[in-house]
Each structure stands twice: as C-alpha cells, then as structure tokens.
Write a protein that binds this ligand. Structure first.
Ligand code: 6GU
Length: 226
C-alpha cells in the first residue's frame, strides 16, 4: 500500500513515520509514505495556497487550484482506492474504519487547514472524510499521522508476534486486560497468581474476564450499554 499525504505543513509529518513500527514497515517494503507540499503546486508569485472566503468572514480557505493540480498529477501516475479529507466534520475514526482501510489499495490523504478547503475540492475529489474525535486541532496533519499509524500497523507483516494486532484493545470491541512483567512483586504489589500458574486455560479465562470488566467500567458504550 502506498500512502500520499497532501499538506501545507510537510515538516509536521516528517518525523512520525521515521521511527519504530512505521519506519520498519517502510524498510520492509510493506508501505511507502510520500509527503507532498501543496505550496509547490501554487502558481502565485508568492506561492499562496489560500484566499479570503466569498461572502466574507474571518479565516482563510484553501484554494482549489494547487490541490487539484497535485491530485490530478498523482491520479495520473497510479490508482487510489480512497481520497481521504481530514476534517473535524468527518466520520469519527474507529478500529472498524482502520481495519477497512488496511484492506484497500493506495490511499491519498488531504490535510485540511485554516477554515478548510474550497467545497469544490470535496465535491470533485474526496471519497471519504475522517475526523479523529470531537475536539479541534490546528490542522489535519496530526490527525493524518494518527490515521496512517492505525492503518499501517494492520498491514500483513508489519507487526510481529510480540506486537500482534489481534490482541489489541478494540479489535473485538473490548479493552485490553491488565498486563504485568517482572518482578513478580514490587513494593508489596503482587502479580496475580493466575498469571504465574502456567495454567493457560485459567490464564485465558482471567484475561477475558478482566477485559470485560474493564470495558464495562470504562467504556460501556463498546458493549452497547449507556
Ligand atoms: Cl481531521 N482535523 C482538525 N483540524 N481537527 C480535528 C480533526 C481533524 N479531527 C479531530 N479534530
């Protein structure tokens, strides 16, 4: 899967993909992440990418021309399964959306800024609009990094047994159970006996019980309650 991210702030997106699992996924050839500066596609002498909004009002709007030029160029080079716009009024990202996107072909992600993009960009190009939650960020870049991380880690071969996505919180609509490592006792706090018992059936039961208890307590909405 190739992912192209379109932004006016490429610097914000350089480091998230150059460390740890995202870095390894690219080194293994499982994904290619390309960052594009929309400003490079402006034909204005001062490289403007935004303008005042028709009808008046505070805040600038991202112009259609440089974005269209960049999207058209990318689309002429390869096929994309989705062209995603990161926006606070999009569908709220969850594990289901990440799972779906991880099964698709190439993705293009447009980061919104200022008051957002000219509506005609959305009408002409965008196939999916995603938000990462009910709060406002200064731009779509950090949201795009969250989305890409949630998708790339699901690509076959990215995670090994130790980091397997199958036991993640949310993968079966449950939070993860508590986990422990050595030492067996720290300042009087003991690891639950069952985890040291070597009885794998009991351990599995304990984990299921704790996952359910934790979900009921913290996120009853995941169980269809409240
Ligand atoms: Cl995708 N963009 C912005 N600017 N703010 C957000 C968001 C996206 N998702 C939640 N807040």
């Amino acid at each position: 899967m190739r992912i192209d991210i379109l932004t006016v702030l490429p610097d914000l997106l350089k480091s998230p993909f150059e460390v740890s699992i995202m870095k390894r996924a690219q080194e293994k050839g499982l994904t290619e992440i390309h960052i594009h500066n929309i400003r490079d596609y402006s034909t204005h002498k001062n490289k403007n990418v935004d303008d005042y909004q028709y009808g008046g009002g505070a805040g600038m709007v991202m112009s259609i021309e440089p974005i269209a030029r960049l999207i058209d160029k990318l689309k002429s080079e390869r096929d994309y399964s989705e062209i995603i716009y990161m926006t606070p009024d999009g569908e709220v990202l969850d594990q289901g959306i990440a799972n779906e996107l991880s099964l698709k072909g190439n993705l293009m992600i447009l980061c919104g800024h200022y008051k957002g993009v000219d509506e005609r960009v959305r009408i002409k190009y965008i196939t999916k609009e995603i938000s990462i939650g009910s709060y406002v960020l200064s731009g779509g870049e950090l949201a795009a990094a969250v989305l890409v991380d949630s998708v790339v880690r699901l690509l076959p071969g990215v995670l090994n047994d130790e980091t397997s996505a199958l036991t993640d919180s949310f993968q079966d609509n449950l939070l993860s159970p508590p986990v422990f490592t050595r030492p067996p006792e720290f300042e009087g706090m003991k690891v639950p006996d069952v985890l040291l018992s070597g009885d794998f059936k009991k351990i599995e039961e304990y984990r299921e019980q704790e996952a359910y208890r934790r979900t009921k307590e913290r996120r009853p909405d995941l169980l269809g309650e409240e």
